[in-house]
Design a protein around this ligand. Structure first.
Ligand code: F6P
Length: 326
């Protein structure tokens, strides 16, 4: 295999805090090893539109603490087509890029996998999503910051919940995964978490809440993962209100504040380690793998495993949550 001389880097899908720290790590590790770096703006969309810029070490100065992504991001429908990928490959070749580092979530790595197979391009994936839903890594970049944002927001909501003796349903992101809802709920001492991985019936939930109020708790907080399976916070609140009109119910949807803000130290360190590991992987002739961490060690996971496998949620955590909220 010809030695890699130039690596392209892009961020794709939803932004996540820590993506900039990863861009910095990839850029500087590559330059340290004598590789050229090309920043590709707006993900696959930008690759198709030829938005490619040479990156020097200074391009990534002063970004480790910034949320979002300096490379911008997008979700590209065109890259899902053969024609779109052909244009992307032509642009990449014309720019002299012979390997890619893709920072993103499930959809972005799925695109990377198809592209790598079709054009025999070495690609390394870095898990960047607040959802934490990639198999083969204990954590994804952005997840810890989002959890902390949820914790800060819900702590504030609790002041109102307690003062008014209310029941709050708070919807958090996660797409089809309940990691943010479940661990967020433990972190704020919520009564319950409604997650797509485990069904909770309304009467079961009401019993939990009723018990709490009976024990003279003066507020109740339930975190609800967004998803068709849970029905979201609005749907659940309506059902509870109809069946239990005695509760003073309110709903808060946290929304995109969960994706913003300066990354935590955990996310900055994770992103720095994974960015460095991505370049090491390319230099070792690895291709089509995602870099991740398992038990605090860097691991390489084939795309097919990272994407297709459902990352299991620790069911015991729901017991931890419920027992600790009695
Ligand atoms: O994948 C990250 C994520 O924030 C999900 O949690 C959420 O479902 C989705 O992206 C929202 O996407 P958008 O910003 O395009 O509305």
């Amino acid at each position: 295999m010809a030695a890699i001389k130039s690596v392209g880097i892009l961020t794709s899908g939803g932004d996540a805090p820590g993506m900039n720290a990863a861009i910095r790590a990839v850029t500087r590790s590559a330059i340290f090893n004598g590789l050229k770096v090309k920043g590709i703006y707006r993900g696959y969309k930008g690759l198709i539109a030829n938005e490619i810029v040479t990156f020097k070490t200074q391009n990534v100065s002063n970004i480790i603490q910034q949320g979002g992504t300096i490379l911008k991001t997008a979700r590209s429908m065109e890259f899902k087509t053969k024609e779109g990928r052909k244009t992307a490959y032509d642009n990449m070749s014309a720019a002299g890029i012979d390997a890619l580092v893709v920072i993103g979530g499930d959809g972005s790595l799925t695109g990377a996998r198809i592209f790598a197979e079709e054009y025999n391009v070495p690609i390394i994936g870095i898990p960047g999503t607040i959802d934490n839903d990639l198999y083969g890594t204990d954590r994804t970049i952005g997840y810890d910051t989002a959890l902390n944002t949820i914790m800060d927001a819900v702590d504030k909501i609790r002041d109102t919940a307690t003062s008014h003796e209310r029941l709050f349903f708070i919807e958090v992101m996660g797409r089809d995964a309940g990691f943010l809802a479940l661990n967020g709920a433990i972190a704020v001492g919520a009564e319950d978490a409604i997650i797509p991985e485990m069904a909770t019936e309304v009467d079961q939930l009401a019993e939990l809440i009723e018990n709490g109020f009976r024990k003279s708790k003066n507020s109740s907080i339930v975190l609800v993962a967004e998803s068709e399976t849970t029905g979201g916070a609005m749907g659940l609140a309506e059902r509870v209100k109809n069946e239990y009109p005695q509760y003073d119910v309110r709903v808060t949807i946290l929304g995109h504040i969960q994706r913003g803000g300066s990354p935590t130290s955990t996310d900055r360190i994770l992103a720095s380690r994974l960015g460095y590991a991505a370049i090491e992987a390319l230099l070792e002739d690895q291709r089509n793998v995602m870099v991740g961490v398992e038990n605090d060690k860097v691991v390489y996971v084939p795309f097919a495993r990272a994407i297709k496998n459902e990352k299991p949620i620790d069911r015991d955590l729901l017991n931890v949550l419920r027992i600790l909220s009695i």
